[in-house]
Design a protein around this ligand. Structure first.
Ligand code: KG4
Ligand code: ZN
Length: 334
């Protein structure tokens, strides 16, 4: 089966082709250059750029996969969660291609796609396993009982991890998106230079990052001569400690239930972070379980993850009606 997928939930317009579980092409057109001027994503601007790019990324993904559009059996489109003006473009394009070519369409949840993105690169993934989803919009720790069956243990009660990175980067005038820039600077800094709070320490599974952001603001204000590298490293240590400790609590919970986690997976844009990637590997090693860490291009938004998830959803539920609308607040598993 050949699947062509489209992703446009935020500021990346992406298309991919997957044939029988093999990724043939993955094209991502980023709007970072446009959005960086505004320090974040302007939804209407994102929508307009998606309209300009969507057919191009589809054409390019077919060319790179060496297929014709008429070879496609199933069109998968991300219909949520995300920005309404952005989601509308990619999902409508996927439905229009399906309708025009008389093929099926399947609607895909962006979070499920981040969680299942590990299936593209890792064979024989076992369940249940703990997955940490860390993106610009969401942060959650989830038990994946099998593809399609999720138990959300905890989520952020305020800012998402990526959002915290982006907001703290703004304090240093680093531009958008801030995550990769803080990641790079932190490598040259001392994570113990500043003692920052580890938020919601007593709550095993939920996250909070807005207090940490405020603490950073005060540290920056009170230490005008501090090295930005040390500030970044200290902030990053606090974020990643929090992400890893909640993930560990989830692994412990599965162990206590007598159904040990078979792996620990990470997904979403912040999973591209070097320090989180090494701590995730260490955590998996501690429990002698497999670390499922996608390559960086599969962590940030892409359409390959939409294709693999579309295939699973199609096998589980069949095609989605062409009347399926977008759902900007679509909750995982609902
Ligand atoms: O998953 P994603 O591409 O889009 C959403 O679904 O939100 O995640 C984007 C987020 C941004 O907040 C960005 O700053 C963050 O991922 N990010 C990183 C890194 N690369 C991207 N955060 C920390 N370290 C990185 N290397
Ligand atoms: Zn995402």
């Amino acid at each position: 089966m050949i699947i062509l997928s489209i992703e446009s939930s935020c500021d990346e317009t992406a298309a991919a082709v997957v044939k029988d579980d093999v990724l043939l092409s993955s094209v991502v057109s980023s709007q970072i250059d446009v959005q960086t001027k505004y320090g974040g994503v302007v939804p209407e601007l994102a929508g307009r750029h998606h309209i300009e790019m969507v057919n191009n990324v589809v054409r390019l993904s077919c060319e790179q996969a060496d297929i014709e559009l008429s070879d496609v059996d199933l069109f998968a489109g991300c219909t949520g969660p995300g920005l309404a003006a952005a989601l509308l473009v990619g999902s409508t394009a996927a439905k229009a291609y399906a309708y025009a070519l008389g093929k099926d369409f399947v609607a895909v949840n962006h979070h499920e796609a981040h969680i299942l993105s590990v299936l593209l690169e890792h064979e024989n993934v076992e369940f249940p396993h703990v997955s940490l989803l860390v993106s610009g919009g969401h942060t959650m720790v989830v038990i994946v009982n099998e593809p399609g069956a999720y138990e959300i243990l905890g989520a952020t009660i305020d800012d998402a991890a990526g959002e915290a990175y982006d907001k703290v980067a703004r304090l240093f005038g680093l531009g958008y998106p801030g995550g990769p820039k803080i990641d790079q600077l932190a490598e040259k800094g001392d994570p113990k230079a500043f003692n920052l709070p580890r938020p919601l320490k007593k709550d095993p599974f939920n996250f909070s990052f807005s207090g940490l952001k405020t603490a950073m603001k005060h540290v920056v204000r009170d230490n005008p001569d501090a090295k930005v590298e040390d500030l970044c490293a200290s902030f990053q240590a606090a974020v990643v400690d929090s992400l890893i400790s909640k993930s560990e609590a989830a692994i412990e919970l599965l162990n206590s239930r007598g159904t040990p986690s078979k792996a620990f997976s990470i997904g979403g844009g912040v999973a591209a972070n070097s320090y989180l990637r090494s701590r995730a590997q260490e955590l998996a090693d501690k429990y002698s379980i497999r670390a499922l860490i996608p390559q960086r291009s599969m962590c940030t938004d892409n359409a390959a993850m939409i294709a693999i998830t579309g295939k699973i959803r199609y096998e589980l539920d069949g095609p989605s009606p062409l009347t399926t609308g977008i759902n900007p607040t679509w909750k995982l598993g609902v």
